[in-house]
Design a protein around this ligand. Sequence first.
Ligand SMILES: [Zn+2]
Length: 357
Amino acid sequence: MQTITLKLELQKPTKEKISMYYKMTEINTAFSNWLLHYENIKTATSKVFRLFSEEKFPSAIVNQTIREVKSKRNHQRAKKFQRLWCGFNNQNLRVEKDHQLYKVSFPTLHKRIGVPVFVKKYQQYWLDRLLSGKVKQGASELYEKRGRWFMAITLSFEVKQNSSEQGMKMMGIDVGLRQLAVASVGTSTIFFNGREMAYKRRRFASRRRELGKAKKLSAIRTLKDKESRWMKDTNHKISRQIITFAWENGVHLIRMEDLAGIRHSAKSRKEPGRNLHSWAHAQLQQFIQYKAQMKGIQVQYVNPKHTSQMCKNGHVNKRNRNGDRFYCIECGYQSHAEVNASINIAKAISGLSKKGL
Ligand SMILES: [Zn+2]
């Protein structure tokens, strides 16, 4: 079972609504902190709220907060909640569609309200799947960020192995040495050249060797920190650009190679030095994954076998790949090697790996 969170911005709430949302959050936070020290929480029902306050507060939110506080008490030492946004279960938060307009409806201090939301293209895909019962709705949360109010809805769904779901737009990302990353969606491709990065890393390495000879250990540590900060920064930039590209192309699913098993494979013998880069590559994939998930884009890992050797007609031969070039010796299909690989990754030609499932 996989889950994603859709963050839907509420359309232009009035000043009255905004102050009500703040008030609800305030009451909920105070109530949660009161509950943290309430002895009979195990058997508590929504009626417990009356012991805390005489104000009116939706029992739907009370129930979610009880659940939240219980799990916090079970999993960690009870600390104070700085803030607890109002939560709703799948029965109390409803998604509705009226012509092309999507709405979320939920109980508030006064009554249940239906609020239109801004829906991005990829979100529409998921909301339609929700409305047709293909994915399950989990908990939701009403929250504010930089003055805008959102409803975050959790969706969960089964991932079918090896099935390319109809209407699902996929992107394959090949992370490598010559090209740091190549992402392909259909016929569009984006390249991130690895040359400059390789050059910079070689300079870091030679500087480290000099310092090593001079036995300047603390200087080595400083340099290592500097290199990893630079690497992290670069990976953030690249992953951001890749996700923007994915988002602009309406991608629903990103596939990448599972690099964990690659160290001992033929691929690393053919590309010496790949090991040196493995942690940087793993970090780049990790950044891509969490940025994708923030946008509601699903991520899968595939087995790396044959991704760089197979042509689009299914012929596999080690000799098909020669540096940057791909040329199929059986059918003559030609392509850029990494583009070909990223298309094979998108298709998951050797199946999905267990990672992330
Ligand atoms: Zn071929």
